[in-house]
Design a protein around this ligand. Sequence first.
Ligand code: C2E
Ligand code: CA
Ligand code: CA
Length: 243
Amino acid sequence: MHYQIQVSSTGHGIGAETLIRWNHPSRGMISPSQFIPMAEETGLILPIGQWVLETACAQLQTWKKNTLTSDLNLAVNVSAKQFHHLNFVEQVQETIQRHGINPAKLKLELTESMLINDIDDIVIKMNALSQIGVRFSLDDFGTGYSSLQYLKKLPLSQLKIDQSFVHNIVTNESDRIIVRTIIAMAHSLNLDVIAEGVETEDQKQCLLSNDCTNFQGYLFGKPVPIDEFEALLRKTDDQLKLS
Ligand code: C2E
Ligand code: CA
Ligand code: CA
């Protein structure tokens, strides 16, 4: 499990997104985009997804005990097959309870492309989980069939602007307008907004001037193992104290 820092507009670390890697004995680190589709096909995504959830909840429980980390949130990617599994809601609920964590610290990331099939099942499950306090972020926003109906129907707390728009935000006016529109729409719907794939100071400034309040990307930190993540968090905190 790797953790990529998410920061607020003031530069404070507010949490992380969990991103898995497969450390293969001979081929080294394998990217999730290479094995997640296969895991979905074979059904292995169910035990993998449960392991990710367990690891995230255990981490939140550890963080709870320390003032530097007790406010951090963790965003966890959930695949379509996992979400549609019969016991998904119960599994999440049970895992949260067993680890004794605050459900509001856990954010489940669903992608827009997941919303094409069986939207009724999705609404029921999201409502059930949101009633116990779990939050939801809509990942890769703007790349799927962005039906604005979803935004009304679903108990979302955050939109995550896809990195393809962020990538060109400084150079491409259309992308900049799209990003600006997403941010304005999120705010008027009372949704939080985060930009992913922020790599340069210029991109960050452009997002800031359009009222984007949260960021994630290589500019702030790459996905890293937990000890490196915690070291980065301390460093970020110390730098802010000095400035
Ligand atoms: P995603 O959820 O859209 O994750 C963002 C991807 O962008 C990650 O790739 C991350 O390492 C990368 N990234 C972050 N910041 C930057 C940046 O500034 N520039 C660039 N160029 N890239 C950046 P990664 O880690 O290879 O993950 C790929 C995808 O695999 C994820 O896309 C997600 O869909 C999936 N995935 C990862 N972990 C899990 C998991 O635990 N469960 C499930 N179901 N899917 C996962
Ligand atoms: Ca994600
Ligand atoms: Ca994404």
